[in-house]
Design a protein around this ligand. Structure first.
Ligand code: PRX
Length: 667
């Protein structure tokens, strides 16, 4: 019954609700419901769960501020707050007057407990190199590196850019910034020199931390080289610290470049943590918006740390004996909240893996789980669908029975992938927590609490305690399908976009008014109140869980000399969720050459990153445009996904669609 309803609602969403020109429709095939028997959470799991009573939801509803105040006691504060919340939409201040340090909460406070000698990080490199660091080891390293940063003139409030592979030093770098009150801005190591430069310039970072290189699929990624190209354009960078990781020969400039290991030799052993205001910025993290320019999302110290710490406890049902593995890169928000701050503030042991899943063989993830006895696995639907495609034989040879909880993040998980994850990986004994959230929300917003919430394959279930969400229709009225909004402030919410107040207001708060936060996601609610996330309803696309803006890719394309115009869309893809398709109009005098498609793809990679490489580029004579010149991407999506074309009346020349359709189907 529920699934039938879900199907109906879903059809309604596709057919009736043109929420925006760019509504992303996930094909029925991808979302076809499966009807397995309930329950998915075993009695044994429930009996041992940390949270078993739904009273926590009632408590949060009755008095939200008292509830969050109680949760804030999960942290060590140097000075208590004067006020829990000051809310002048869209500006929130949480725990105002409170003083704390995020690094202190991740490390120092464990020095007084037995966590001191517990492993914080098991690290494994792609080639099988291993390191393990206890909380004390990490504490020692971070104290020293904090002094290194200070010795290079980094002060509280300065921005530090971090461009590193998944190595323990990345954790050290992040925590050291937090320790001295410097604002870190981590840039995913897969981003190009240009993308790195843009982020450094926007944040006006003073120092860059990078490595000679990283390993990926058996090859060396030349990070320092990209960093050098980037900082040629960035006069704000006064120093670069380079971690020796690959032994790749690199150019070291005498004045500006410093080896991490040289600086660490000289560094004093202790560095007191800076007392930060709850509302002091902890980090800026760039993410794609609907325009070409990435947004520097600002997160502050107190509220963010409360959100990160508590959601890690609630959603992952953590136990002291857990070995936790979140496969996200530290360059993304999931890496910030659920690799760094959430797990470390809770004193967890985690696995950090540098490489890709299929190196040297496709059984690598399962070997790692067996080797380290991983109990909690948190990964993305794209990875799950890829594992499905590779087949069970890669898993069967490994003992993965240590797993007790599975998580999913980054994009909607289709019920088939959910069931496969549950059955083949979880052996029907691990609940799955499908966690919906965003860079902007800082921590998980909608997800099951595994000991309490009955699961439905493909649904992120309900908002967490203290989080209030609604679905609104086109008229802004509460509805069972439409646009997802968060209706009340929460501690880990973004506090703004760096240097762009107007964009902050426009992107999130002015769309619907009422102090409602506009998520940009479509959602449905079934008759039991479960939330089903259906994908972005704006010009953001999710490719393998990576967030990209169509405008950003379009501007990379038109930057190429022969390109007059470009329109980029995301089309449904069985593995990646969405794949990038670009429609390109060339300048009339441009001489076409057979290798143009691959040259253009490479151009996008150089401008943004390999994650933004278009799957297909279709060369056409004209884009479908309205009389006012607006490109109708919705029609391009209809063509790409073989749907009946929507309203074409407003087009200047509807006949262009025929040409586009032919070209699209030609290849
Ligand atoms: O569209 C939603 C999707 O990812 C977007 C946020 O992307 P980003 O800021 O990169 O953060 C990703 C990691 C939190 C959301 O607007 N998304 C994330 N998790 C889910 C999801 N869509 C459906 N289900 C999820 N569990």
């Amino acid at each position: 019954m529920i699934f039938r309803l879900f199907n109906l609602l879903f059809l309604e969403l596709i057919l009736i609700l043109p929420l925006s020109d760019s509504l992303i429709a996930i094909s029925d095939k991808q979302r076809a419901p499966i009807n397995p028997p309930l329950p998915y959470t075993t009695d044994q799991f429930k009996e041992n769960a940390n949270l078993q009573s739904s009273d926590i939801f009632t408590e949060a509803k009755q008095d939200p501020e008292a509830f969050w105040e109680k949760q804030a006691n999960c942290l060590n504060w140097f000075h208590p707050w004067d006020q829990v919340l000051e809310w002048n939409p869209p500006d929130a201040k949480w725990f105002n007057g409170g003083k704390l340090n995020a690094c202190y909460n991740c490390l120092d406070r464990h020095m007084q407990t037995e966590t001191r000698n517990k492993i914080a990080i098991y690290w494994e490199g792609e080639r099988g190199e291993k390191k393990s660091l206890t909380y004390e080891d990490l504490y020692i390293e971070v104290n020293k590196f904090s002094n290194v940063l200070k010795s290079l003139g980094v002060q509280k409030g300065d921005r530090v850019a971090i461009y590193l592979p998944m190595i323990p030093e990345a954790v050290v770098a992040i925590l050291s910034c937090a320790r001295i009150g410097a604002i870190h801005t981590v840039v995913f190591g897969g981003f190009s020199a240009d993308s790195l430069a843009n982020r450094i310039l926007d944040a006006e970072a003073k120092l860059l931390i990078t490595a000679d290189g990283g390993f990926r699929k058996g090859k060396v990624v030349t990070l320092k080289e990209a960093a050098d190209t980037a900082i040629e354009q960035c006069p704000c960078i006064k120093n670069t610290i380079v971690i020796k990781h690959t032994d790749l020969p690199v150019d070291m400039q005498l004045e500006k470049d410093h080896w991490y290991h040289d600086l660490m030799k000289e560094a004093p052993a202790t560095c007191p943590p800076e007392e930060m205001d709850a509302e002091d910025t902890l980090f800026i993290l760039y993410t794609s918006g609907t325009t070409g320019k990435p947004k520097g999302i600002i997160h502050t110290t107190g509220g963010y740390m409360v959100g990160a710490t508590m959601t890690t406890r609630w959603v992952f049902d953590i136990k002291p004996s857990d070995i936790y593995w979140c496969t996200a890169d530290i360059g993304w928000i999931t890496g910030h909240t659920y690799v760094i701050y959430g797990p470390l503030s809770n004193g967890m042991t985690q696995l950090l893996y540098e490489g890709v899943f299929d190196w040297p063989e496709r059984n690598r993830p399962w070997q790692l789980i067996e080797k380290y006895g991983v109990t909690i696995l948190y990964t993305a639907p794209t990875a799950i669908r890829t594992f499905m495609k590779w087949g069970e034989e890669w898993i069967n040879g490994c003992n993965i029975s240590s797993l007790r909880l599975l998580g999913s993040v980054g994009e909607p998980i289709n019920p088939e992938a959910w069931m496969w994850y549950y059955t083949i990986i979880g052996k029907k004994k691990c609940p799955i927590v499908d966690t919906w959230w965003q860079t902007e929300t800082g921590s998980i917003m909608i997800a099951p609490i595994p000991g309490i919430t009955p699961l439905k394959p493909g649904s992120a279930t309900f908002p967490l305690p203290g989080i209030n969400a609604l679905i609104l229709n086109d008229l802004g009225e509460p509805s069972s399908s439409g646009s997802l909004v968060l209706t009340s402030p929460w501690p880990s919410m973004l506090r703004g976009i760096y240097n762009d107040r107007a964009r902050y207001e426009k992107s999130y708060w002015k769309q619907l008014g009422n102090g409602y936060y506009f998520t940009g996601d479509g959602a449905m609610k079934d008759d039991e109140g479960y939330f089903w996330l259906t994908g972005r309803i704006d010009d953001i696309i999710k490719v393998s869980g990576h967030r990209l803006s169509t405008a950003e890719i379009e501007s990379a394309l038109v930057d190429f000399k022969g390109v007059a115009e470009a329109a980029v869309i995301g089309v449904s893809d069985q593995i990646k969720g969405q794949a990038i398709v670009a429609f390109v109009v060339l300048k009339e005098d441009f001489i076409f050459d057979g290798s143009l498609e691959s040259t253009l793809k490479q151009h996008v990679v150089k401008q943004i990153s390999a994650i933004a490489r278009p799957e297909r580029i279709i060369f056409i004579y004209e884009l479908p445009k309205t009389r006012s010149g607006k490109i109708m991407r919705r029609l391009l999506r209809d063509i790409a996904e073989g749907r009946l074309l929507g309203d074409t009346m407003t087009l200047t020349d509807p006949s262009v669609l025929e040409e586009i359709k032919n070209k699209y189907n030609e290849d």
